[in-house]
Write a protein that binds this ligand. Sequence first.
Ligand code: PLP
Length: 397
Amino acid sequence: MKNNPATRIQELKQFGEYGDVNPSITDSATYTFLAAKTMTDTFNGESQGCFLYSRHWNPSNKYLADALAAMEGTESAWVTASGMSAITNTIMQLCNSGDHIITSIITYGGTFAFLKNYLPKFNIDVTFVDIEDLYSVEKAIRPNTKLIYTETMTNPMLQISDIPSLSELCKKNNIKLVVDNTFTPMIVSPYLLGADIVVYSLTKFVNGTNDCVAGAICSDASFINALSDVNSGTSMLLGPVLDPMRSASILKNMHTLHIRMKQHSANALFIANKLKEANLPVTYAGLPEHPRHELLKEMMNKNYGFGGIISIDMKTVEKANKFMELMQNEGVGYLAVSLGYFKTLFSNSGKSTSSEVPDEIQKKIGMSPGLVRFSVGLDDDIQNTLDKIFSCISKVE
Ligand code: PLP
């Protein structure tokens, strides 16, 4: 595939019905048909270019989906009302009762909870593995394994999944590889590296303004069409549709995503390097010391950097809490969950976005009780931000 993700989006010719440079917003739940037969054909999936009902497809959602498909290099995409609905719809579409899933033990806490606590209701078995240990992934494969699930950069431990190797394993065993690329849009293109389906929480970097919750599924046309099938499509039948007003605003924000990713990455690298030089326990995939730094370098698209997420281990919950409160008071950013916002956000993972992961598993996977995850913002004067972070650290110790 030629061009980079940003250029693929830029080259789309999407405009409104009056030549508007931003595509028109379709503010309708339903659509008229001039002939009754066209309605019947549309319900049967036999007519092109017709919209029947906005839970099925909405033109504004289609514009956003087309931009996401261009970014990922997939044939098609589907947008959803949240990242969780993208994840759950994908899994429910691929699996039936009696099937088996292999997942990275480290994922976003909501994903972990869905896999661990919710899927057993449907008699779907899940094996949790260290996704960086390909031997244990292969060993976990069973005849009824339907999919391997992982995150490109795992939340919050910042491991890096070896997508080409996982893809090879999946292809050999006729298993689908599903990758959540929420932390690394533009930076990594999992589908082009061999993943079958890429899911997103658009809530984060892709939208970037923290004004809505949204998600996306990018894949082959056959999978996306299956999701929206009126008789059996998980998305059509469970109905987590994104509001078209929101898709229109997310689409506009997507056109600056490449610039934002570069700035998030540059700021995060600056902070990570300075914390490292001060011998502080920082984790960032852009540091050569990160165990999968070279792998990420091999997989990544050039020029977007290593992403905006870093973590600092403050060792205890008490120290982490004091540090975060000080940073909020000093104006480093907000003590808030989520990521990919233009301002810096920080939270103690074990007590927030990974609180669904039981303490004993947190311990097993090496998640320190004092782990503070940072989503580094777009700050112009990053030295000023760094000075404040150092000042807060000195007040904690
Ligand atoms: N995937 C990752 C990696 C996340 O961090 C999150 C939320 O924090 C989600 C998925 C869920 O997305 P949403 O909150 O949009 O449902």
